[in-house]
Design a protein around this ligand. Sequence first.
Ligand code: C5P
Length: 213
Amino acid sequence: MEKIKCLITAGATREFFDPVRFISNPSTGKMGISIAKACRDLGWQTTLVLGAVQAPAPEGVEAVWAVSADDMLRETSKRFDDTDILIMTAAVSDMRPKKKFSHKVKKEDLNMAVEFEPTPDILKTLSARKKSQILIGFAAETNDVISYAKKKLGQKNLDAIAANNVSKPDAGFASDFNEISLIFKGGEILNLGRGTKDELAKNLAKILQKRFF
Ligand code: C5P
């Protein structure tokens, strides 16, 4: 049987507005890296597109680096047609500066110089091109977690979304722990509970294999 090909994104994108400054978020990439290890261990052919992360890329996984949302879109887009499942754990910066200066902007000019625009939505862009690929998103929320996650599942046309509450103590961003509810298209919710990111990733990968392949 052919190996399942999976594409996973992890970490934060950085949107530079001059050579030394960027806007970003506190994602460390740990969840996506744990999922990449779990998929590799199931025997899947695993590619990991990494933004800024604070953990090494695992062995036995192809690692590709991306800085900005544009880079991440380009690297995932290139591989999308030859992928069976895309798992987007990356915390893509919502906004980017409209203009990138080639010189360091003077402190006193910052307020005037930097205007923002939305970044491209990678999942939305790729789901419009979807053939038989399975698309899984992540939703980090601080309140009304399930209802916001369900909304994103629909808007981005996903097969499932993993929702987590990042306002809980020691869960989500930068933690080794997380608490996940997996919501499928159609509305079914599987509560994976709280655990280490490695434990949750193993469980999630097994569930995805059983459900979709
Ligand atoms: O940022 P948001 O809560 O909308 O993220 C939900 C899902 O969408 C995540 O899986 C994230 O990786 C993805 N996303 C994306 N492109 C963006 C923003 C988020 O693919 N520009």
